[in-house]
Write a protein that binds this ligand. Structure first.
Ligand SMILES: NC(=O)c1ccc[n+]([C@@H]2O[C@H](COP(=O)([O-])OP(=O)(O)OC[C@H]3O[C@@H](n4cnc5c(N)ncnc54)[C@H](O)[C@@H]3O)[C@@H](O)[C@H]2O)c1
Ligand SMILES: [Zn+2]
Length: 361
């Protein structure tokens, strides 16, 4: 397996390394660093000895709550206090070891400590590896909403060790696979072909096929982010980072309605089937491409339907979505495989029809 890095050519260029055992390269990225803080949830403390064994630096482990509970102002302050106690200076480094919640928090800690210190992401979930830890968005939640406070802060490097996946729960793996397949629909159809050729192997943790899929998905994100780090407002087919929001408008509304108990990728799966149906009804894509959405997502064991009666409530929540950028609804839709565009204010009747259709097909 290759550890050939994937380049993110953004404001502060960095590389993403992906492969089994790649975390043993960590010391190479700590040149000149005296102290290292590893921010991690309790459930992943067992990975610490292997990661820190070869380090010459003084190591401070900062344990934070699991998942979304860690993305709070209180936990953020606790991390700052821990860094202060350990005497962290500008030439020290912060490592984020965990799923996307942990890497979002750790990146924000690094962005804010002394106005920014070296940050290295060690994603342990598929979603963090292909999405949260790559792309430079960091942040925490407020009771008023998710990710309301944060910054664009690019990592020094991202080290995606596939060996970490051995303990990753199946539903988390499938959640991340939804984002991988999204990259297939919006930019790189070879991802879909690779997955469809053997879904079982694609879902087997750290398999060669999965590694190939991850590399391709990260390359799609690298391309979108390199061209548009700060997510400008796209127009029509002139689409930058917003393409990554494919399926996310309905998904965010579903997550909200499910009180975030449904995994993100599962909601994105339903959202992509909906987006495909809207595009089909608008005459932008054919029946075959719409059907391929459901087919491949079901092969990945992801949900593709949602109760009919929920539409009006979901539509109301969609109006609050950040991509609305103004009063009109803006959706990322495909006009062909690999060709996303922004569609503004699609007809309301057609949206309702598309939502009903996702349960009928
Ligand atoms: N910054 C971005 O651009 C961006 C993009 C997408 C998502 N996100 C954020 O990512 C978060 C979701 O990330 P997630 O889906 O990874 O969830 P998560 O971080 O909540 O992790 C889910 C659970 O799996 C556990 N886990 C992670 N890796 C494991 C492993 N290898 N073995 C055993 N358990 C493991 C975690 O500790 C946690 O309990 C959300 O907060 C979301 O807002 C950010
Ligand atoms: Zn997402």
């Amino acid at each position: 397996m290759t550890w050939e890095p994937i380049d993110f050519a953004t404001e502060h260029p960095y590389q993403v390394l992906i492969g089994r055992g790649v975390s043993k390269l960590l010391p190479e990225f700590l040149d000149g660093v005296e102290r290292v803080a590893v921010i991690h949830p309790p459930g992943l403390a067992f990975l610490l000895p292997a990661i820190t064994a070869g380090l010459e630096q003084q190591v401070t482990a900062i344990r934070v709550p699991e998942s979304e509970a860690s993305k709070s102002g209180e936990v953020l302050q606790g991390c700052w206090e821990a860094l202060a106690r350990a005497g962290f200076t500008r030439s020290d480094a912060i490592l984020g070891l965990g799923g996307g919640a942990t890497t979002d928090l750790a990146g924000f800690v690094a962005a804010t400590w002394l106005r920014g210190v070296r940050y290295i992401a060690l994603p342990t979930s598929l979603l963090a590896m292909v999405d949260a830890s790559v792309g430079g968005k960091t942040g925490i939640n407020l009771s008023a909403g998710k990710n309301l406070v944060g910054s664009f802060y690019e990592p020094f490097t991202v080290i995606g060790d596939l060996d970490f996946f051995e303990t990753l729960p199946d539903s988390e793996l499938r959640s991340g696979m939804a984002e991988v397949l999204k990259c297939g629909f919006i930019a790189d159809p070879a991802i879909l072909e690779e997955f469809e050729a053997d879904p079982g192997e694609a879902l087997a943790p750290a398999s060669d096929r999965q590694a190939k899929l991850i590399r391709r998905a990260v390359a799609v994100k690298a391309c979108a982010v390199s061209a548009d780090l700060r997510e400008r407002t796209s127009e029509g087919g002139d689409i930058g980072r917003e393409a990554l929001n494919y399926g996310h408008t309905l998904a965010h509304a579903i997550e909200h309605e499910e009180h975030f108990l449904l995994r993100h990728g599962h909601a994105v799966s339903i959202g992509m089937v909906f987006a495909a149906e809207v595009a089909r009804l608008l005459g932008m894509i054919d029946d075959e491409l719409a059907a391929r959405h459901r087919g491949v997502l079901e092969q990945a064991g992801l949900p593709t339907r949602y109760p009919d009666g929920a539409w009006l409530k979901l539509r109301e929540v969609m109006s609050l979505d950040k991509k609305t950028r103004g009063s009109q609804l803006r959706l990322v839709l495909l006009e062909a495989l690999g060709a996303p565009r922004i569609v503004t204010a699609p007809p309301e009747g057609l949206l309702a029809e598309a939502f009903l259709a996702i349960n009928e097909i």
